[in-house]
Design a protein around this ligand. Structure first.
Ligand SMILES: Cc1ncc(COP(=O)(O)O)c(C=O)c1O
Length: 381
C-alpha cells in the first residue's frame, strides 16, 4: 500500500540521538536549547518553546490567555479535536465557525458573525499547509481586542506576505508529530508573539514551577551544598516540555528542512500540473491563497458528489493507494453536539467529500506514476 504519509527519516537521523544517549542527559539538555534557537531564528519568532505535542502547545495557549467559564472561543468546526479540547479543559465554550470551501480554512465572514461580547479568542487553523485569511482575521482580532491563536500544526515554515504562519497572532502552535513534514516523534512547539504572555510560559511548561530559573546549572545545583535556593510551585502547569531525544531528532530534521520542503513542493506541484489537466467539474484541488507560500503539507481534493468520492477512495484503496477522508466536523461529533445547536451548512455539505492523496518527501517516481495512472483511469472511465 502506498501510504498517505511517511516520515522523512534515514540513518543520518541517528547521529544526534546517539549523542543524547552518550550524554545520559534526557531532559532540558543541549538539543532542547539548540532546537528552540533554530526554530526561533528560522521563523523569526520572539519566543519559542518545544513541547511534547501541538496538543500540549494548544493547552498551554489556553492557560496563557486565561480562558475561563463563560468565555467563548471561535474555531473552525472542520478542524482538529485538540483545539476544542484545550478550550473545554479550561471550562470555556467552543463556538464553531464555517469554512471557505475553496481552502477548507476558517471563514472570515463567519468569524465576524459569531463574535459576541463573550468572545475571548479566535483559534484559526492553517489547514493543509496553507494560510487562512490571517491578515484580515488578525486585524479583526486586534480591533475587537480578542486573542488570536494560530494553529500552524500543518504549516511550519509556510508564509503569508513574507511573515511566517504562527508568528502573526498572539500565539502560534506547531506539530512535529509522525504525520507532519518534520518529525520529532511526538513533538510540538509554541511561539509567542505577544511578549506579555511569554512570562508565564516557562512556568506552565515546568509543571507550574519556577524551575527554569535554576535550569542552566540545574544538575549541578541540585547536588551543590551552596543552597542558593530551589524551585517551587508558583502557578498551574503540567509536564509539557519535549524530551531531549525528541529534540535531537527534530534538530536533525531541521538541518535537512530545505531538502525535505523542496521535495514536498515538487511533488505537490506535479500533482497540480497533472490533476489540473482534467477538464472536469467532478472535483477540485485545495490550493494556497494569493500571497501565501505553502508548507505543502496535504494534497486535498474535493469531489462534487459523495458517491464519486466514495467510489474514488474504494478504487484507489483496491489498487494499493491510500486515499483517505479527513476530519469529522467537531460540531457533528458526540462531544461537539453538547456545545452546538446550530447548523454549519458549508461544512456539513463538504466534509465527507474531502479526499487526501499520498504526499511525503520520499515518494518514488514509480509510486507517483502509479497514483497518477489510477487517478486518470478513474476520471476517464
Ligand atoms: C490542525 C491540527 N492541530 C493540532 C494537531 C495536534 O497535533 P499533535 O499530534 O502534535 O498534538 C493536529 C494533528 O494532526 C492538527 O491537525
Amino acid at each position: 500500500m502506498i501510504p498517505i504519509t511517511k516520515p522523512s527519516l534515514d540513518i543520518s537521523d541517528l547521529r544526534y540521538i546517539k549523542n543524547v544517549i552518550k550524554s545520559k542527559i534526557l531532559t532540558d539538555g543541549f538539543y532542547q536549547k539548540k532546537t528552540e534557537e533554530l526554530i526561533k531564528n528560522l521563523i523569526k519568532s520572539k519566543f519559542v518553546s518545544l513541547t511534547q505535542s501541538c496538543t500540549a502547545a494548544l493547552e498551554i495557549s489556553a492557560i496563557l490567555i486565561n480562558l475561563k467559564k463563560g468565555d467563548e472561543v471561535i474555531m473552525p468546526s472542520y478542524g482538529f479535536v485538540s483545539v476544542a479540547n484545550s478550550v473545554v479543559l479550561r471550562n470555556a465554550k467552543p463556538v464553531f465557525a464555517e469554512i471557505d470551501p475553496k481552502t477548507l480554512n476558517i471563514s472570515y465572514e463567519d468569524i465576524k458573525r459569531k463574535i459576541t461580547k463573550k468572545t475571548r479568542a479566535i483559534y484559526a487553523i492553517h489547514y493543509a499547509g496553507n494560510s487562512c485569511e490571517i491578515e484580515k482575521i488578525a486585524k479583526l482580532a486586534k480591533r475587537r481586542r480578542i486573542y488570536l491563536i494560530e494553529d500552524a500544526a500543518h504549516s511550519f515554515l509556510a508564509k503569508y506576505k513574507n511573515k511566517f504562519l504562527g508568528t502573526i497572532g498572539d500565539i502560534g502552535v506547531f506539530s512535529f508529530h509522525e504525520t507532519k513534514n518534520l518529525v520529532g516523534g511526538q513533538a510540538g512547539c509554541i511561539s509567542i508573539n505577544n511578549l506579555s504572555l511569554a512570562e508565564r510560559t516557562n512556568t506552565i511548561l515546568d509543571k507550574g514551577t519556577d524551575r527554569k530559573k535554576f535550569i542552566n546549572n540545574f544538575k549541578k545545583k541540585i547536588i551543590s551544598s551552596q543552597k542558593k535556593g530551589f524551585y517551587s510551585w508558583v502557578d498551574i502547569g503540567s509536564e509539557y516540555r519535549a524530551s531531549e531525544l525528541t529534540s535531537a531528532l527534530l534538530y536533525s530534521q531541521i538541518k535537512k528542512v530545505k531538502k525535505i520542503q523542496k521535495r514536498r513542493e515538487r511533488i505537490w506541484k506535479k500533482y497540480r500540473k497533472n490533476i489540473g489537466k482534467f477538464k472536469t467539474d467532478n472535483f477540485y484541488l485545495i490550493k494556497p491563497i494569493k500571497n501565501c507560500v505553502s508548507a505543502y503539507h496535504l494534497l486535498v481534493i474535493i469531489f462534487k458528489s459523495l458517491k464519486k468520492s466514495n467510489e474514488f477512495k474504494d478504487m484507489m484503496q483496491k489498487n494499493g493507494i491510500a486515499a483517505t477522508f479527513h476530519y469529522v466536523p467537531l460540531h457533528k461529533s458526540k462531544m461537539g453536539k453538547k456545545f452546538c445547536n446550530y447548523k454549519l451548512p458549508i461544512t456539513e455539505k463538504i466534509y465527507n467529500r474531502v479526499v487526501r492523496l499520498p504526499l511525503f518527501s520520499d515518494i518514488t517516481n514509480k509510486e507517483f506514476q502509479k497514483i497518477l495512472y489510477t487517478f486518470k483511469k478513474f476520471m476517464v472511465d
